[in-house]
Design a protein around this ligand. Structure first.
Ligand code: HEM
Length: 324
């Protein structure tokens, strides 16, 4: 199993199903086909000092434009289908079945207006792009770390056995999977998917003796902050107990995988829930180890990737349970 591509596929599928619900089925393959091109083109754009407008026929734009057009078409079609269904059938008593329907029903508190199709399309595209590569990369690193720490893998399996009797977990089991969550949080301390982000200063400030003027661009590097020995004792060591039992760092800004403040990640809980479910589901069925031990380094692109594909061997866990 190539865990990098497989985690990408599963998180894209989860993001798309949560957004579109059952209507996704017929477009899922098409989305999977165009998304790698979109991500690769966006990565090339972000890492280049030149960002030519999208209409210029550069090699990168020639790859990006048709892929975006396909996605645009799919999303517009899904919006139209949902609008029709909502008009003819209304809502079930369970409320909106997916995020797109919920966004369609949302009304601006002041004006009472609903979102236009263009606004809806932009929100949906943002969620899909922001919401899957980050989680997939964190999960790739998590499997690397669980391979390096087989005792931790056994511990997670024991936790799962106690919580579900060895079945894949559901949302109702998550509160009991606190060690699994701690492993995910510790993974993102060592390998934060968004390893760098920036903010524009609203006013003058002083950052540890460096003057910041209004309008300055301040760059934060969670990867570096997460490894400062004054904030994190033994910073390079993988120690999930730093987070187990809901433990938090003393300094709120010592841990920034989801950034902080008013523009913090909107999907942080979603990401943690889906990670616990994915990890629990795989560990309920398989013992996982890397196929080879070639060193893997962090590769800082738009997100923090692994320097090479991570190939995993999956050994089926015993059918009676998850003990080997
Ligand atoms: C492990 C997974 C994830 C990580 C590490 C992560 C990290 C981040 C970070 C650091 C930001 C702030 C970026 C900046 O300010 O420049 C952000 C923003 C955002 N994230 Fe996530 N994210 C993850 C998963 C998700 C998921 C699953 C979704 C949606 C379902 C999502 C939706 C968003 C959105 C919409 C924003 C923009 C918020 C705003 O600007 O107000 N993220 N994320």
């Amino acid at each position: 199993m190539n865990v990098c591509t497989d985690m990408m596929k599963v998180t894209l599928r989860i993001a798309a199903e949560s957004l579109f619900g059952d209507d996704l089925a017929e477009s899922a393959d098409e989305i999977n086909r165009v998304f790698p091109d979109i991500l690769a083109s966006l990565a090339a754009r972000v890492s280049s000092p030149l960002r030519p407008p999208i209409w210029l026929p550069t090699a990168n734009n020639r790859r990006l434009r048709p892929a975006l057009a396909v996605l645009d078409g799919i999303v517009s079609r899904l919006i139209a289908t949902k609008r029709q269904r909502l008009a003819s059938e209304g809502l079930t008593p369970d409320g909106p079945p997916d995020l797109l329907t919920a966004l369609m029903m949302a009304r601006d508190e002041e004006t009472g207006e609903s979102m236009s199709d263009v606004h809806l399309r932009d929100e949906v595209m943002t969620m899909m792009i922001a919401g899957h590569e980050t989680t997939a990369n964190a999960l790739s690193w998590l499997w690397v770390l669980l391979d390096q720490h087989p005792d931790e893998q056994e511990r997670l399996r024991a936790e799962l056995q106690a919580a579900t009797g060895g079945s894949p977990p559901t949302v109702g089991d998550l509160a009991q999977l606190h060690r699994t969550k701690a492993v995910m949080l510790e993974t993102m301390r060592l390998y934060p998917p968004v390893w760098m982000f920036d903010r524009r200063a609203l006013g003058p400030d002083d950052l540890g003796g460096t003057a910041v003027r209004k309008g300055d661009l301040v760059i934060f590097c969670p990867y570096a902050i997460h490894r400062l020995p004054e904030l994190w004792p033994d910073p390079d060591a993988f120690q999930p107990e730093r987070f187990d039992g809901g433990r938090k760092p003393h300094n709120t800004y010592a841990y920034l995988p989801f950034s902080a403040g008013p523009r913090t990640c909107l999907g942080n809980n979603f990401a943690l829930i889906e990670s616990q479910i994915i990890v629990g589901t795989l560990l309920s069925r398989f013992c996982v180890r890397r196929a080879d031990q070639t060193p893997i380094e962090p590769q800082p692109r738009v997100t923090l990737r692994t320097s090479r594909p991570v190939i995993l061997h999956l050994e089926t866990a015993s059918p009676q349970g998850i003990t080997r």
